[in-house]
Design a protein around this ligand. Structure first.
Ligand code: ZN
Length: 54
């Protein structure tokens, strides 16, 4: 069932980013993150990291 789990994981964490400043989770297209078009709704910063990395 590893594949199913991975698929679920991908669905949950795909396009999810965490604000480096206030740790708010934001769902956004990774391209938009890279282009700097996404802003944290809490602190309005544009620093994001992928949700899986620490
Ligand atoms: Zn923030």
């Amino acid at each position: 069932m590893a594949t199913k789990l991975a698929a679920t994981h991908a669905r949950l964490f795909k396009n999810m980013f965490v604000c480096k400043n206030c740790k708010t989770k934001v769902r956004a297209d990774s391209r938009k993150i890279l282009e700097g078009k996404v802003r944290c709704r809490k602190c309005l910063k544009k620093a994001f990291r992928p949700i899986r990395k620490k």
